[in-house]
Design a protein around this ligand. Structure first.
Ligand code: FAD
Ligand code: NDP
Ligand code: 3IO
Length: 430
């Protein structure tokens, strides 16, 4: 058992909270991990391997909810599989170079089963506070799995934040969007272009989501116009049959970042031609530098660019305003459209629940850059905020599980020693 119910007011009088609905307060003998995505599962696996008990709290009703509930049907990993597997459990050998989302989900299900990880589903963390007096975290949740929602409070020494860089969708405000009509969807709710067949669709945003949604729309006989309001790097997913990402990783071992960026841009030019000619202005900063500094992922093209070149995907500039069935662009052009898909990205939700501002920034990511952003003070940890996708999450998870296991073992040993001493004192009294 990793946790037990306590009558908290007797044990820690100052920790009891009047304004909290809950009748349940649970002491966790180990860390509380928030989020059962790849990051949370990878930390759980590392802790299991070292015999450390823990609990995982997950707001959804399943593991990897981003992948299961908030991605479209035809999604594939866009980095080769060796960069996407989690620690201590390789992908099955028959997986293709770029596994489908269903293969990835099935791998994650096997991962959880293999390490016997059983998250608490339907439990959303509402707040987490550090109690300086006791050196403990108080994590409050609402559990909605039963007939009525109940509040639960967990008390623990270690808190692992694994809620991801993509926890909430970004929905920008546009003038007149409320008058446009009902057909406005965020990319996280887009499943397939099937229901858009024959429609004129405005796709807002030209990151990997905007590009891949536009491509999928084309493949279902819809007519997408994609908004490029600033700039974007488009790289081919592969160069002469070899993954561009893998090539970049190899070059990074020998060459400085700026040079790798230059080489990537030359290769992209050789393979795709001049992308700027089609309205895809390039950022001033190179693709990897931009990923590292601003978190903006370059597009790894899987076919959208060909559709842009052929005119099947139309590129349009920024949006001025919407009206019923229409959008007006900053260049004065007006488009008649049936639907809007907002491929406008995601953000962290950490600031909404973690009461801490030393380790995490106001954007909800660790302030320290990679590789130093995984450990805060007072037993606080972060996994999966490196802007380095699944491989970054795996590296974090290994460091975090190792560090927690070390201090859990030390503290457990000390607790055992003091209990033995107390026991001896008791015996000597008789
Ligand atoms: C469409 C898409 C495709 C991607 N493809 C790739 C790829 O090919 N390769 C790659 O390396 N990366 C890719 N990424 C990046 C992606 O961030 C990682 O793949 C991965 O999902 C990150 O794992 P995570 O566990 O950190 O976050 P998530 O997968 O987002 O998991 C976080 C979990 O925390 C839960 N949660 C959030 N808030 C709370 C709360 N308050 N209480 C309880 N639970 C909470 C969420 O429900 C979620 O299940 C992609 C991202 C997107 C959006
Ligand atoms: N196959 C795969 O593996 C896939 C991976 N992903 C990953 O998921 C993550 C999220 O990607 P994505 O969803 O594309 O989000 P991104 O944050 O990468 O892109 C958001 C896009 O929306 C634009 N945008 C934001 N606000 C506005 C606005 N008000 N008006 C016009 N445009 C706007 C941005 O433009 P600007 O740059 O000007 O701010 C940008 O082009 C990335 O890491 C990506 O790599 C996504 C899809 C597929
Ligand atoms: O798909 C993503 O969002 C990722 O973060 C994967 C990723 C990590 N580093 C990169 C550099 C270039 C393109 C994708 C990635």
């Amino acid at each position: 058992m990793s946790s037990c119910c306590l009558n908290m007011p007797n044990m820690f009088p100052t920790l009891a909270s009047e304004d909290f609905l809950s009748s349940r307060c649970i002491w966790v003998n180990g860390p509380v991990i928030v989020g059962a995505g790849p990051s949370g599962l990878a930390v759980g696996a590392g802790l299991k391997n070292q015999g450390v008990p823990f609990i995982i709290l997950e707001r959804a009703n399943c593991i990897a909810s981003l992948w299961q509930n908030r991605t479209y049907d035809r999604l594939k990993l866009h980095l080769p599989k060796q960069f996407c597997q989690l620690p201590n459990f390789p992908f099955p050998e028959d997986f293709p170079e770029y596994p489908t989302k269903y293969q990835f989900i099935s791998y994650l299900e096997s991962y959880a089963k293999h390490f016997d990880i059983n998250p608490h589903f339907n439990e959303t963390v509402q707040s987490a506070n550090y109690d300086e007096t006791f050196g403990l975290w108080r994590v409050k949740t609402i559990a909605t799995g039963g007939p009525n929602p109940i509040g639960v409070e967990y008390i623990c020494r270690w808190l692992v934040v694994a809620t991801g860089e993509n926890a909430e969708k970004v929905v920008p405000e546009f003038e007149g969007l409320q008058d446009f009509g009902d057909h406005v969807t965020h990319a996280c709710d887009y499943k397939s272009g099937q229901s858009y067949s024959g429609e004129r669709v405005l796709v807002v945003g030209c990151g990997n989501s905007g590009m891949e949604v536009s491509l999928d729309l084309c493949n279902h006989n819809a007519n997408p116009s994609m908004v490029v309001r600033s700039s974007v790097h488009v790289l081919p997913r592969e160069v002469l049959g070899k993954s561009t990402f893998e090539l970049a990783v190899s070059m990074m071992k020998w060459l400085p970042l700026w040079l790798v960026d230059k080489i990537l841009l030359i290769l992209a030019h050789l393979i795709l031609g001049n992308t700027e000619k089609y309205g895809l202005k390039k950022p001033c900063v190179g693709p990897l530098e931009l990923k590292n500094t601003a978190g903006k992922t370059p597009v790894l093209d899987i076919g959208a660019f060909q559709k842009i070149r052929s005119g099947e995907i139309k590129i349009v500039p920024g949006i001025k305003k919407f009206s019923r069935g229409r959008v007006e662009l900053v260049n004065g052009e007006t488009l008649e459209i049936e639907s809007v898909i907002l491929a406008t990205g995601y953000r962290s939700n950490v600031p909404s629940w973690l009461k801490e501002n030393e380790f995490f920034s106001s954007e909800g990511v660790p302030k320290n850059p990679f590789p130093n952003g995984w450990k805060g003070k007072g037993g606080l940890y972060a996994v999966g905020f490196t802007r380095r996708g699944l491989s970054g999450a795996s590296l974090d998870a290994i460091s975090v599980a190792h560090d927690i296991a070390k201090s859990w073992k030390e503290e457990t040993k000390q607790k055992k020693k003091s209990m033995a001493a107390r026991h001896r004192r008791c015996i000597s009294h008789f």
